[in-house]
Design a protein around this ligand. Structure first.
Ligand SMILES: Cc1cc2nc3c(=O)[nH]c(=O)nc-3n(C[C@H](O)[C@H](O)[C@H](O)COP(=O)(O)OP(=O)(O)OC[C@H]3O[C@@H](n4cnc5c(N)ncnc54)[C@H](O)[C@@H]3O)c2cc1C
Length: 267
């Protein structure tokens, strides 16, 4: 691999131009360190700009960071370039192989910062590939982009705080949230405990809870979606699970809805 591409040399290469990569690049630029910011997509901003609707505040923030990066004239932004390989060279520096639409190219750096974001974790069940089943992040993205306007009823299931947030956003947008099922009660309690030190997030979490309660969504702990039958109408089966997550299928209850959103955190 090492003798394939001769790379342009930088002090720092940052992989990923989401908020984290941009913040790293802006900080480096402030200290006069030349960086190469590599982004696989054709725009910077990462997950902040995955929504169809852009918010003025996030756009302003990212523009501010970009301006800081561009002040350092020896810095470079490579959009449409995916880092696919990193290797350490004999002098201790790194070579990063990039895939672009023109083919492979390489850059070299003394330091590499990896800021490629996170992906959602998916736990499969029968019917999980049906078109009515979305990951929690995708459901949130479509909701905020006004793409779920035809959805009347939803069932949400999984673990993690995003469930509270998406459930409340759905309620506030007129979707009837039939069930919000959490696989673990202790996990939820730990998350709320952790919020005790973050007043802003705690207030947001309480607002989500109030919205869910106000809209009479049914919240179940130690339950999970175990089966989705989407042949005609969508029928989703929610069953109790034990402490290791094994479902008791015989006690499952079915619900009719238009959308099932599943979220098990990120990886
Ligand atoms: C499903 C989901 C929902 C979320 N909802 C919220 C929310 O409601 N509110 C909130 O504040 N935060 C939310 N977050 C968290 C939010 O996305 C992060 O706080 C923020 O976007 C993280 O910034 P980042 O720069 O680390 O990653 P990202 O924003 O994901 O940016 C990573 C960038 O790296 C690029 N990249 C990835 N691999 C490569 C590669 N090999 N080569 C080159 N470039 C690459 C990607 O194209 C992307 O632009 C959510 C995250 C997820 C996964």
């Amino acid at each position: 691999m090492s003798d394939r591409q001769e790379g342009k040399k930088y002090e720092v290469v940052i992989i990923g131009a989401g908020p984290a990569g941009l913040a790293a690049a802006a900080t480096a630029a402030r200290y006069g360190v030349p960086v190469c910011l590599v982004e696989s997509s054709h725009q910077v901003g990462g997950r902040y700009f995955k929504y169809a609707k852009r918010t003025f505040r996030s756009e302003q923030l990212l523009n501010l960071m970009l301006r800081e990066v561009s002040i350092n004239r020896s810095s470079e932004l490579l959009c449409g370039a995916s880092a696919i390989w990193i290797e350490r060279q004999t002098d201790g520096s790194f070579k990063i192989l990039l895939k672009t639409r023109f083919g492979l190219t390489a850059v070299e750096a003394h330091t590499v910062i990896i800021a490629v974001g996170a992906y959602e974790r998916h736990l499969p069940f029968p019917g999980w590939t049906s078109r009515c089943v979305l990951s929690m992040g995708a459901a949130q993205m479509l909701l905020r982009s006004d793409c779920l306007n035809s959805i009347k009823r939803a069932v949400l299931s999984g673990t993690g705080p995003l469930l509270w947030k998406v459930a409340s956003e759905m309620c506030d947008n007129g979707i009837k949230v039939m069930v919000v099922s959490f696989a673990s009660l202790s996990h939820c309690l730990k998350q709320f405990q952790a919020l005790a030190t973050c007043p802003r997030e705690l207030i947001e979490a309480i607002a989500c809870l109030l919205s869910i309660v106000r809209h009479s969504a049914r919240v179940l702990f130690r339950h999970a979606v175990v089966f989705v039958n989407a042949k005609n109408d969508v029928e989703v089966f929610v069953a109790p699970v034990d402490e290791v997550g094994a479902p008791n299928i015989s006690e499952s209850i079915s619900h009719r809805c238009d959308l099932v959103a599943i979220g098990h955190g990120r990886k």
